[in-house]
Design a binder for this molecule. Sequence first.
Ligand SMILES: [Fe+2]
Length: 380
Amino acid sequence: MNQTTKISRLSNDNSSINVQWEDGQISNFNYLWLRDNCPCDIDVHPTARERRFNLIDVSENIKPKSYKINIDGKLEIKWDEGDHISSFDQKWLRNHCYTINNNKEYCSPYKLWDNSLDLSKVTIDCSEIMDSEEGLINWLEILNQFGIAIVKNAPTENNSGLKVINKISHVRETFFGTPFEVIDIPNPNNSAYTAGKLHNHTDLPYYEYAPGYQFLHCLINEVDGGMSSIVDGFKVSDFLRNNNPEVFDTLVNTYVKFKNNDFTQETIRFFHAPLITLNKDKDYNDIRFSVSTMGIIDCGPKDVEKFYKAYRKFAGLLHSEDYSVKFRLNKGDIFSFNNRRTVHGRTKYNPNSGHRHLQGYYLDRDEILGKLNYLKKIEL
Ligand SMILES: [Fe+2]
């Protein structure tokens, strides 16, 4: 981070220490915040890196008896309770200053795309991922920024995708099994296990916490048809936010039921969630969309008409040629995508024209972000 981390002046008031930095920026550090974030080994476990100090062990009126920049250049505070001294690194204070950080303009990590997406930008060779940390970081960054990556030249033995995916982390288990076999079978418990067309959808929207990423590993694809499609749900959401704010608000505010009770399950799963959710910065958090597993709508009578109007608009865009990227999965490809951002589908194929076998895996979004943060040494 290219910013000064040197304090030029210290003062205090009833509730906080005020810092003036050499570049003129001002920070206020609340006393309780400072005491709560004391980094000493007594207060933070040195290997677990978890807080041991409990804020309720001091009064809400705790304040410094004295404070100064000490000989090590740290802000040293002697507290008037508990006979405790806290020392804060200046760089740490600057990086964690809630005054300055909350004034910064939010910068979205997402690169939104439509049908003009150049797939070569999101394609990576399997050997890069397996042989170098840079390759793994590149894959994770593509996934985080674009929500889609195509890994080329992966091995094609049964279950061999797991070795590649385990470079990131452990998989997320579901009742479909690991891996799940995307093939044409009789009496399927999911439309994916047929040769039919699949409408664009997110997987498992009836889970409270739908899997964050999906990996479809193509072992063989010799059939006529079966073209894959993918749409950036965040891009579509962004279009609606800018052009149809009423539709956007309805999609963000209406809770929609999704359900699964297929014949192989001894469970009945259902969950209500909006089709679009936002994060604390009002950026896109996730979308849920699945014609086949959306349950019977049970929102209030005054919202039904409004919801269906918004839903039709959203569904239309999520299947629109303007947003859809289409391609053919080839043997050795791992089609990887953010299952809570994009919708994916495929055209029907002729099962008598040859073999088509994909093996699927899920991973939570925490694993992608957690690994990326670790490899990029993000400071907390
Ligand atoms: Fe799917």
